[in-house]
Ligand binder design. Structure first.
Ligand code: ATP
Ligand code: MG
Length: 526
């Protein structure tokens, strides 16, 4: 018999399994509680958006947009896209038999356009009707030439054919397939898109939102770096860019980290200026970098022209000494930015938040202005950033919305949870409370009834679906890590009492239903 294929999770993705998943739920639930105490509310944007949304907001020159996005066209047009690609790439036809295939491809593409229009994936407009007519008439001419060739066995009308081929390529390429879509690599762009789409700028006060969910980036998988990973993020959007907002966002972040036991962390802050002062600084940086170009690695050399700020992010050992001598943005901020940064630092002090200034912290996404920050944690090796964020005044406008200020962060849950686990501070989460060890058909109805009552009281209860010998049943209760076994046999049914056995020390008590519920509930409340 042929061996069956074994399926595995795709490279860079993984299953989060029990008991880790309990830790994840608790981590996310704690974020909800902390964020809501700061009056942030949950937003759930879709997981895919138009590619253009990410390209425009994150920036075409960034790693994320340049090489990490999972993009595709709406799958309903797969066939059409394939044929369009095939036809638009043919340059020349040399053998008569290829003409036959070419003619079929043309008529097939015409049918795909027709179907796409009928199904509503392509606009039912004049250009699309013209494309169908054109493809069909090109097909007819091709088939004429084919018949001619076959009959005369002569390779004539070559120039005419070349023209047809090139016309077909242009026509195929002109089919607009509609939106290209991308699995979100981050969620700030989506939140801003949603803010604009729903006119949230008319809401009173600042709009404070948080999200929890998966993100997708095509990166080289390694410890703390996945292709599907999870973020918890928060955003404040509105008219004010008061540094107190930045400081409160950071306070909230650190309160959350403390609540989940992520304490061995360092907060780095920086200001990267705004559109008044950054362009001049970038130009200055570029000039200085050009002078040392030959000493830089290939990535940095390229970035001198495309995105010089990103050179500061470099981790290459041989570049470190050079970077240290480069001009620093802190010496080139305009008055407004300098004051904003100074006030932020005052606001952080007011809140007893310790931080380190890091002038090289520029962040990978284009939309940041002024405040940028990052939190690193221990126990993670080189992938040690657990949160990144900053101000993005102007992003909403860039996406076609009204002038709006914004600031936010995204926590990488995978890394944060890893650091909590490695630090040994992960608290034990409540697992299985009660295992109902029933035996004998007579006790089964009582077992079903009490299991339901205990569950309604909020306890985690395991009720074996089939009868087992007591010894085996208690053994399983132990293996499952239950705190109690509730024993229900003939004696218990006759006396209308339950035997509750604490598995840690084997202490045993006979209790009425009322006493049992009282006892377990008070135990659950701690
Ligand atoms: P890095 O420099 O590590 O690639 P980044 O600057 O690309 O991080 P951001 O876009 O700021 O990351 O995202 C915020 C956080 O999301 C990061 O600090 C990190 O914890 C997490 N993160 C980013 N990419 C991944 C990934 N591929 N796998 C796991 N976590 C990730
Ligand atoms: Mg990255």
């Amino acid at each position: 018999m042929p061996e069956k294929k074994q399926f595995r999770a795709i490279k860079g993705t993984r299953d989060i399994l029990p008991p880790d998943s309990s830790l994840w739920n608790w981590f996310e639930q704690t974020a909800r509680e902390v964020f809501e105490s700061y009056n942030f509310r949950d937003i759930r944007p879709p997981i895919f958006e138009e590619t253009e949304l990410f390209a425009r907001s994150i920036g075409v020159e960034t790693d994320v947009v340049g090489k990490e996005m999972y993009s595709f066209v709406a799958s309903d047009l797969d066939q059409l896209v394939a044929w369009r690609g095939y036809i638009s790439n043919i340059r020349e036809i040399r053998v008569p038999d290829a003409l036959d295939v070419f003619q079929s491809a043309l008529s097939y593409l015409a049918v795909q356009v027709l179907q796409g229009v009928r199904a509503g994936y392509l606009p039912d407009d004049e250009p699309n009707r013209a494309i169908q007519v054109k493809l069909n008439s090109l097909g007819a001419k091709v088939s004429e030439i084919y018949v001619d060739w076959k009959r005369s066995d002569k390779f004539g009308r070559k120039q005419e054919l070349d023209e047809l081929v090139s016309e077909a390529a242009t026509t195929a390429a002109s089919i607009r397939v509609g939106d290209e879509i991308t699995l979100r690599p981050e969620a700030t762009a989506s939140v801003c898109r949603s803010y604009i789409e729903h006119g949230m700028h008319t809401l009173p006060g600042n709009v404070k939102l948080y999200y929890i969910g998966p993100m997708f980036r095509r990166e080289r998988p390694q410890k703390g770096r996945y292709r599907q990973f999870y973020q918890i993020g928060a955003e404040v959007l509105g008219q004010s860019d008061a540094p107190a907002i930045d400081a409160e966002v950071l306070e909230m972040l650190l309160v959350f980290f403390r609540r989940v036991g992520l304490t061995r962390t360092t907060l780095y802050v920086n200001s990267i200026g705004d559109k008044e002062c950054r362009p001049q600084y970038v130009e200055l940086l570029r000039e200085e970098l050009r002078k040392v170009k030959d000493e830089l690695g290939a990535d940095s050399q390229r970035r001198i022209e495309t995105n010089p700020l990103r050179v500061l992010d470099s981790k290459l050992p041989q570049e470190q000494a050079i970077i240290e001598k480069l001009p620093r943005i802190s010496d080139h901020l305009c008055d407004a930015c300098r004051e904003h940064f100074a006030t932020l630092k005052y606001e952080l002090k007011l809140r007893n938040i310790s931080y380190e200034e890091n002038w090289r912290l520029v962040r990978g996404l284009d939309y940041y202005t002024r405040t940028t920050f990052e939190v690193t944690a221990e126990g993670l090796g080189s992938q040690n950033a657990v949160c990144g964020g900053g101000r993005y005044d102007g992003l909403v406008e860039l996406l076609g919305g009204p002038p709006t200020k914004g600031i936010g962060f995204a926590i990488g849950s995978d890394r944060a949870i890893l650091s909590i686990q490695e630090g040994g501070e992960a608290r034990a989460l409540p697992g299985l409370s009660v295992y109902v060890a029933w035996m004998g058909a007579a006790s089964y109805p009582a077992a079903v009834a009490i299991a339901r009552k205990l569950r309604e009281a909020g306890l985690s209860v395991e009720l074996p679906p089939e009868e087992m010998k007591f010894k085996k049943s208690l053994g399983l209760a132990d293996k499952l890590g239950a705190r109690y076994a509730l024993i229900l046999g003939e004696d218990e049914v006759a006396s209308n009492k339950f035997t509750l056995k604490r598995l840690a020390d084997a202490e045993q008590n006979k209790l009425s239903e009322y006493e049992l519920l009282e006892y377990l509930e008070s135990e659950r409340r701690g």
